[in-house]
Design a protein around this ligand. Structure first.
Ligand SMILES: *Cc1c(COP(=O)(O)O)cnc(C)c1O
Length: 397
């Protein structure tokens, strides 16, 4: 931190892919190569879809090449028009999927405790142009599905969930996946369950699933005739193989994330001004370790703490700074799309830091990261002077 070797000789990354059994992935891919079935609704894809539907507790799963395209197909299949209210506090893809489909994302604020969209803020933004609410289970913490469901019903709106972070989390007493018209998972390499790249729409609505299934395959129906406009959004067999192997290890992955989370909680307890966020310990899959920095109490800002961690080879991230409403192209959108400043979103985006976790980190590493944080806070004035004297390096992205 203030001279000497970094605490870690190799960088610790947020979202380093978890691959517990590489040989199992290769075995499944080998089967696909032997069959010469590499894509196009092969047996691995069908098995993966069955397995995802079972985890989500729903009847239908349509797997795709990624979650962003899955959301694009979903909003088409739902026939949405005009405006969709969504939280600004999310990964930019939630907004891009709408904007790319010619819809207007309207950004609401979040509950500062959970990081999830605040139903009161949603209600204030509903207009005659609104056709849907898009909720996000931020960092695996369940969004307030019951309130959103009644709000949507009251105003005649559709409701869907960007559940990219939240496979195996629970929401309102049921697994994530069965709420609203549909939910969308991501199986990107950095997510809890990974398929290299991948996504899925899960739903209890068979007609909706059929439309998404056709749209994924150039608009073709099961019999090969073209019934509608479509894209190529198919998931390949090697991706499904990775996804299946990853799902086979889901219980072990969840236990491992829980254990890392508990090590962080123990290591950070007593560090003034740096708090581990854990608003739904029993419902969240805890696949993200998120701390909130109170600059007054810690004597350091989030950015100063991040600079220290980066110097020590802990590549903590400020996801999802600065919020969609302050990112291109949305920050130039007409005022009515963000009618007032989003206080909670803006506060979170200055205060949160996502720390490395997962299979590539040992419990002792989590403990060591906490020691670095504790030491930085103890020596805050010196760290502050160090941080302000450096030529600001571009933060790792
Ligand atoms: C990762 C992520 C996405 C995008 O998923 P892809 O599969 O990479 O397209 C969407 N929303 C959120 C909240 C994400 O974290």
């Amino acid at each position: 931190m203030l001279g000497g070797a970094p605490a870690f000789s190799e960088p610790l990354h947020v979202g380093r892919p978890s691959v517990l059994r590489p040989h199992r992935v290769l075995e499944l891919i080998g089967g696909a190569l032997d069959r010469r079935v590499l894509t196009h609704g092969g047996p691995l894809l069908r098995e993966f879809e069955r397995a995802v539907a079972a985890v989500a507790g729903v009847a239908h799963c349509v797997a795709t090449c990624n979650a962003t395209v899955a959301m694009q197909l979903l909003v088409r299949a739902l026939g949405l028009r005009g405006e969709v209210v969504m939280p600004s506090w999310t990964f930019i893809a939630t907004a891009h999927a709408l904007q790319w489909e010619g819809l207007t994302p309207v950004f609401c604020d979040v509950d500062p405790r959970t990081g999830n969209l605040d139903p009161r803020s949603v209600a204030e933004l509903i207009t005659p142009r609104t056709s849907a609410i898009a909720a996000v289970h931020m960092w695996g913490v369940p969004a307030p599905a019951p309130q959103l469901t009644s709000l949507a019903r009251e105003h005649g709106l559709r409701l869907y969930f960007d559940s990219a972070h939240a496979i195996a989390s629970r929401c309102d007493g049921r697994p994530v996946g069965g709420h609203g018209a549909a939910e969308v998972f991501s199986f990107h390499a950095t997510k809890l369950v990974n398929a290299f790249e991948g996504g899925a729409v899960v739903t209890g609505d068979g007609d909706l699933a059929e439309r998404v299934r056709a749209m994924r395959d150039y608009g073709r129906n099961g019999d090969g005739t073209v019934g509608m406009l479509g894209l190529n959004a198919k998931m390949t067999e090697p991706s499904a193989a990775m996804g299946l192997a990853s799902l086979e290890d889901l219980d072990e992955l969840l236990a491992l994330h829980r254990e890392r989370h508990e090590h962080y909680a123990a290591g950070l307890c007593g560090v003034p001004g740096v708090r581990l966020r854990d608003p739904a310990p029993l419902e969240s899959n805890r696949s993200y370790v998120v701390v909130e920095v109170d600059p007054e109490a810690a004597g350091l800002t989030r950015d100063e703490l991040r600079a220290v961690l980066h110097a020590e080879n802990v590549l903590a991230r400020d996801h999802f700074h600065p919020g969609c409403h302050r990112s291109e192209p949305y920050r130039r959108a007409p005022r009515r799309h963000t009618p007032r400043s989003l206080t909670a979103t803006e506060a979170l985006s200055e205060r949160v830091l996502v720390l490395p976790t997962g299979t590539s980190l040992r419990n002792e590493d989590a403990g060591r990261v906490c020691e670095v944080i504790g030491e930085a806070v103890r020596r805050a004035p010196a760290v502050r002077a160090w941080a302000s004297s450096r030529t600001p390096a571009a933060p790792h992205r």
